[in-house]
Ligand binder design. Structure first.
Ligand code: KG4
Ligand code: ZN
Length: 356
């Protein structure tokens, strides 16, 4: 089954064709970073207009790159329903609705945060391995990006239980804000990682964040990054260029170490709580960071960790098509090209609410 994925929740316009949930036939992402970086962050109205301009070209390139034969037709369309920027989502959903109606294809609404998890499976794990029969569940899944810091318990392919979510700034958002203080352009995460290589990551004392709402039965734990950000704002206040020259790399290294220790600490708690868990899927833009990858090797007992390929860490439409495929497999009769539009009207609903 071939699913066309459509993504427009933030500043990436993306289309992808994915076969059977994991084999990527083509994935095209058009980033708006150059448009937004002069403002230091994403401007929602500009993002929506840019999606409107970009979709036709992104879709044609996607279809061309996949070079489908006439027998390989698209079977369904999956589109990001939320959470994300309202105007940006509206463009993608309207575009997908039009395509689905014109071609009389089932339209599958997909949650962007859940879809990141499927991004880690693309081209790495097929339907057989990602199943109860193969003993894959229960597993943990982390989504760490510019808009979200979430830890889920995956009880089955489509059953997500939130174990922890962000109480204030998301992890990637904190990287971007700290990077801005250091004089780097948006998005700052990759720049912090680059400059920190080889620097002393214990040079600066950093606050250890231990939120009291610990993970427990029926309770959701929190990730928090605004205290860490404020600590750095205070630390660098009034510092001159000589200080920055000497300390920029040490500060980057110390910051990213504690930023990731917090996540490791919550994963450790989850492993205590769910001793049957053997696997951890890590996804979202921040999953590209090597220091993060090293931190997660230090969890309290061995876990098999699944990382997305670098091209599927950040926002893309292949992950949307991946999750759309599993949703369709589970309830094929629920999705149709006409009628039942109310499902698509609930922008930003469900998990991740409050993360934006
Ligand atoms: O998943 P994503 O593309 O978009 C959202 O859905 O938010 O994540 C983007 C975020 C940005 O905050 C960016 O700074 C961060 O991921 N990021 C990184 C790295 N690469 C991207 N953060 C730390 N280290 C990296 N190497
Ligand atoms: Zn995302």
């Amino acid at each position: 089954m071939i699913v066309l994925g459509i993504e427009s929740s933030c500043d990436e316009t993306a289309c992808a064709l994915v076969e059977d949930g994991h084999k990527v036939l083509s994935s095209i992402v058009s980033s708006q970073i150059d448009i937004h970086k002069i403002y230091g962050g994403v401007i929602p109205e500009i993002a929506a207009r840019a999606h409107l301009d970009c979709f036709p070209a992104v879709l044609s390139e996607c279809l061309e790159k996949a070079s489908l034969s006439s027998s390989q037709l698209i079977d369904a369309i999956a589109v990001t329903q939320g959470p994300g920027l309202q105007g940006a989502l509206l463009v993608g959903v309207s575009y997908a609705k039009g395509l689905a109606y014109k071609n009389q294809l089932p339209l599958i609404p997909v949650d962007h945060i859940h879809a990141h998890i499927y991004g880690a499976l693309l081209e790495q794990m097929g339907e057989k391995e990602f199943s109860k029969e193969a003993g894959f569940f229960p597993s943990l899944a982390l989504v760490v990006s510019g808009g979200h810091t979430n830890l889920f318990l995956l009880e089955d392919r489509l059953s997500f239980r939130v174990l922890a979510s962000s109480r204030d700034d998301a992890c990637g958002e904190c990287f971007d804000k700290v990077a801005k203080l250091m004089g780097f352009e948006y998005p700052g995460g990759p720049k912090i990682e680059k400059i920190a290589v080889g620097a002393n990551d214990h040079f600066f004392d950093m606050p250890k964040v231990r939120i009291h709402s610990e993970l427990g039965e029926g309770r959701v734990a929190s990730f928090s990054y605004s205290g860490l950000k404020t600590h750095i704002v205070n630390l660098v206040r009034g510092k001159d260029e000589v200080w920055w020259e000497e300390n920029r790399a040490r500060l980057a290294a110390s910051f990213q170490r504690v930023a990731f220790e917090q996540i490791r600490w919550v994963v450790d708690q989850a492993m205590d709580k769910f001793p049957k868990v053997q696997n951890l899927i890590v996804a979202g833009g921040v999953a590209a960071n090597n220091c993060f990858r090293e931190q997660l090797t230090l969890v309290k007992r061995p876990l098999k960790v699944y990382w997305p390929k670098l091209k599927y860490c950040s926002d893309n439409a292949a992950m949307i098509a991946g999750l759309g495929y599993y949703q369709y497999q589970s309830t094929p009769n629920q999705f149709n090209p006409v009628g039942n539009w109310e499902t698509y009207a609930r922008f930003g609903s469900g998990l991740g609410k409050g993360d934006h």
